[in-house]
Design a protein around this ligand. Structure first.
Ligand SMILES: [Zn+2]
Length: 418
């Protein structure tokens, strides 16, 4: 019986969203929180984008140190041999990759404007998979962009070719959020049966069905004898109307009517970390969590009307499907209401020592304190908001890795083929 695994794409789909972004330290914190939660894989960035190089390498170092373990860190690139070569040149330690190419006639005609045929798409993808294998990629996912608008026979052929050349997973991208739970079930079920490859569900929320489609697709893959890998983002942040929300997807798998009796997570998820990661992502993206967000919204456990309040007080299960404590809510939070000393890009040693002292962090000597303060200043230049405690603790614990994360200088590396 196949299982369900979570591949979070906040650090790829989330950060490529219009008007939104994360600093490299923020992306690193997201990877750490995802790992703490038990998420299988974080699509951690773009290894052909030069300004990602130091961040991606620093995170691979954190993996080597056991800080980002056991989570898989996977890069996302276009499915071309040239991009694979560029990715491994910029980030030699890269282990996991997803290779993406459009497969629908709409995209082939609308994007490539007659320069590519279906056969060209197949060949380009096959060349990319073989290149990734030759560079020693440990796992390869092949993404069919706009899969939901792709001719199904061609999609089966595409996924079969990917598998034949060594792909480990096939990513079914409902790029425009066009599917519904019924159509995605049928399509993914046929792919699983006919191709025999593990399937990733990458669902968008343009019709408000990203989570529903994700679990229907997962059911299709498992009923077809394969594992299912659901792509999520924290707070559903992603292109346009967003992606399947991480917390809502896990809740849907675990709590929806009868689902978990047959369709189970392959790796346990610690839902008690949900509150923390959702709040951090909201703060870092500067996007408030909607009041009615499942699990982590302000109103997710709020009751006012007489009948509901009376009912929930008598027995929470009258009006709550799951408990707030399961999601890491209900702990008192310290909010400063008086004088506040914040870390900032122009901060000095006295304020800094005060902040770190409150977290019971002390330094061996003043030169160590100065060094960490300098890194905190740089982190603030990039974040343009006060750092949270976990970020300050990270910087104090891993100063050398932080230095790498904060390194942003234009790289003098020629493009492949240039
Ligand atoms: Zn997407």
């Amino acid at each position: 019986m196949g299982k369900i695994y979570i591949i979070d794409v906040t650090n790829r789909d989330g950060v490529q969203t219009a008007k939104l972004g994360l600093s490299k330290l923020e992306k690193t914190m997201i990877n750490i929180y995802l790992n703490d939660m038990g998420v299988f894989h974080s699509e951690f960035g773009f290894p052909t984008t030069k300004h990602e190089k130091f961040y991606l390498e620093a995170n691979e170092e954190l993996a080597d140190l056991g800080v980002l373990k056991p989570i898989h860190l996977g890069g996302w690139i276009r499915a071309t041999a040239a991009d694979v070569e560029m990715a491994f040149r910029l980030v030699p330690k890269l282990k996991h990759l997803n290779l993406s190419i459009s497969t629908s006639d709409q995209m082939i005609q609308g994007k490539f404007q007659g320069r590519k045929t279906r056969d060209d798409i197949l060949q380009t993808m096959v060349d990319a998979v073989e290149a990734a294998r030759s560079y020693g990629a440990k796992t390869i996912g092949v993404n069919a962009e706009d899969a939901s608008r792709t001719d199904l026979d061609f999609l089966v052929e595409f996924a079969s070719e990917a598998k034949a050349h060594g792909a480990d997973r096939f990513r079914y991208c409902d790029t425009l959020g066009y599917d519904n739970p019924f159509t995605i079930y049928e399509t993914v079920n046929r792919l699983a049966k006919d191709v025999g490859i593990a399937i990733e569900l990458h669902c968008h929320h343009d019709l408000g069905m990203a989570v529903a489609n994700s679990i229907a697709g997962a059911k299709g893959a498992i009923d077809g004898g394969q594992d299912a890998y659901i792509n999520t983002t924290v707070n559903g942040i992603g292109e346009r109307a967003g992606n399947a929300d991480l917390v809502a997807t896990i809740l849907a798998v675990l709590k929806s009517k009868g689902f978990a009796e047959k369709y189970q997570l392959g790796k346990p998820i610690d839902l008690s970390k949900a509150w923390k990661i959702a709040r951090f992502a909201s703060y870092a993206f500067r996007v408030p969590i909607p009041i009615n967000q499942p699990g982590v919204g302000d109103n997710a456990f709020a009751h006012a009307s007489g009948i509901h309040a009376d009912g929930v007080l008598k027995d929470p299960q009258n009006y709550e499907l799951y408990s707030y404590t399961e999601l890491g809510r209900g702990e008192p939070e310290f909010v400063e209401t008086g004088r506040e000393i914040c870390a900032g890009e122009y901060g000095g040693i006295s304020g800094f020592r005060h902040i770190m002292g409150k977290m019971e962090v002390s330094f061996a000597d003043s030169s160590e304190a100065d060094k960490i303060l300098e890194l905190v200043r740089y982190a603030n230049v990039l974040a343009q908001r006060p750092l949270v405690e976990d970020e300050l603790l990270f910087i104090a614990k891993y100063p050398d890795i932080t230095k790498k994360l904060l390194t942003l200088r234009p790289l003098d590396m020629p493009e492949v083929g240039a």
